[in-house]
Design a protein around this ligand. Structure first.
Ligand code: NAP
Length: 246
């Protein structure tokens, strides 16, 4: 149970982030989530969470912008008084072969996926260090471990998230803060809905469990890492991929 805990989830309006918000709220956590600009999706998530009887804050806040991150975390501390759990979920893709990839597309993906996670971990670290407890959970990806043609920017950003996770686990462990990553495989969300069918079929053929994952599959892993049962686990990368990246 997470009753009495305060969880921040970045990119909580849709997909995996929404499922994580719903799972943590179902376990009793109060939830503050950010999003990039999809107001309708954010309101839908907010209503679902309020229906679970927890306190909710939904705030538009670009994770790649330090000022926006600081304003979001300040508002969370003002409204909720503490931060127990941080799930760095906000992420984007801008796929293309490296030879043709625009510098701006490389920067956008790395700034959102990697710098965004860094900025949020940094903002959460101070209050968590003060209370000498905290859980940070960063969304990586199995492609960070294996590489993927057409995703040099995305794979680099997610490999960076794993390095960030392990470094922070070493820096913050002495203060009772665990830092772990989740590496999902192919999960059915808006992000993967745009992939060509033949690419998805090729990926599915490599998954021993013979299906794509659901956002809820990833949310279960996040809830585990956020819960008491994971108190002695830090610096790890938990694959939620149906066996894809063994
Ligand atoms: P998604 O359906 O595309 O949703 C992305 C979420 O991130 C949305 O809530 C979006 O907000 C938010 N977001 C995007 N840029 C942001 C920014 N700059 N600041 C704040 N929020 C931002 O993605 P998903 O598939 O659920 O993926 C969630 C995470 O899992 C990502 O980190 C992704 O890389 C990772 N992942 C996904 C898969 C997969 O197969 N789906 C596999 C491995 C890893 P708006 O709604 O406002 O746009």
């Amino acid at each position: 149970m997470l009753k009495g805990k305060v969880a921040i989830v970045t990119g909580g309006s849709r997909g995996i982030g929404r499922a994580v918000c719903v799972k943590l709220a179902a376990l009793g956590a109060d939830i503050a989530f950010s999003y990039a600009g999809n107001e309708a999706a954010a309101q839908e998530t907010k209503a679902a969470l309020e229906g679970l009887g927890v306190k909710v804050l939904a705030m538009r806040a670009d994770v790649s912008c330090g000022e926006a991150v600081d304003a979001f975390f300040a508002k969370v501390l003002e409204d909720f008084g503490k931060i127990d759990i941080l799930v760095n979920n906000a992420g984007v893709t801008k796929d293309g072969l490296a030879m043709r990839m625009k510098e701006a597309d490389f920067d956008r993906v790395v700034d959102t996926n990697l710098k965004g996670a860094f900025l949020c971990c940094k903002a959460a670290a101070r209050p968590m260090m003060k209370q000498r407890s905290g859980r940070m959970i960063n969304l990586a990806s199995v492609v960070a471990l294996r590489g993927n043609a057409g995703q040099a920017n995305y794979c680099a950003s997610k490999a960076g998230v794993i390095g960030l996770t392990k470094s922070l686990a070493k820096e913050l462990g002495g203060r009772g803060i665990t830092v772990n990553a989740i590496a999902p495989g192919l999960i059915e969300t808006d992000m993967t809905a745009v992939l060509p069918e033949e690419n998805k079929a090729a990926m599915l053929a490599t998954i021993p469990l013979a299906r794509a994952g659901r956002p809820e599959d990833v949310a279960e892993a996040a809830a585990f890492l956020a819960g008491d049962g994971a108190a002695y686990i830090t610096g790890q990368v938990l694959r939620v991929d149906g066996g894809m990246a063994m």
